[in-house]
Design a protein around this ligand. Sequence first.
Ligand SMILES: [Zn+2]
Ligand SMILES: [Zn+2]
Length: 324
Amino acid sequence: MNATHTHAAVLSTPRGEVAVESIHLGEPGPGEVLLRMEACGLCHSDVFVTTLEKLPVAPITLGHEGIGRVVAIGEGVTGWAVGDRAGMTFLGTTCGTCEWCRSDRERFCPKQANFGYTLQGAMANYVIAPAVALARVPESLPAEIAAPLCCAGWTAYCALRTAGLERGQTVALFGYGGLGHLALQIARHLGLGVSVSDTSEEKLAQARAAGAEVNARGVDAAIVFTAAAAAVPQAFRALKRNGTLVLVGLSVANYELPLVDSVLKGITIRGSFLGSREDLAQVFALAGQGVLHPHVQSHALGEVPELMGRLRRGEIAGRAVVAF
Ligand SMILES: [Zn+2]
Ligand SMILES: [Zn+2]
């Protein structure tokens, strides 16, 4: 295939259907590299983008869990060479100067651009991306294993770190999909007691088989990975006094929590979004050590429109990954 054109999973209009199309790519400009993609995971946030009333960029190629290899380099790119392996996450470019960028919290930069949302995403045979936004990916990890770590693994790891737990404490995970199943593996590695809640009996059975308890009560922290806002008050009720509620799953809904219990029980409520660069390196290292092993099903790019529907309906266990 000629790299000046590529097939890509594209969303052309707000709330439209995702279609696989041939799009023009061109050459990498200053500061950009051309990547030949090896794999890209499908994330619930891709579904979230398809529900928005307005798209900041349209048409937009979806995908922010991409593993690729550099095949061409634009002017002024430093630190990347042809043949290098690179990861694309949801975090694209940032301003580099704000208080969040200067304190290893670039993911909260108000001027950030995001792959698959405001920058063209990774769900394509070839991608042009700003080099500064790419992550190093160890050669030892198979692309289909590394791909879901770029969002699901990274986010799950940071959410657990945000919960601030110590060995022997307990955590309840709400939602046992792409993030939840990786969070369970990390939590068990950290020596935490883990319970899992999910509306799918099949997913609960998988969680149990992977070492989770099922009924969450009196836990030190609860992490809501599902986008179903109804899980937030459930997670709140699972907490013990001084417990921490960590919110991760995205939807446009609001949630309501009891004020009296929040105050009298001294509850901490925190949002958690992606992670630090060090978190991502840790996640790749845990996968290299065999601690983290994402459950992936490989698919072809042409299956993405159908997979989006299955993901929306909660029918995908583990992670659906497109192999190129
Ligand atoms: Zn994601
Ligand atoms: Zn910034």
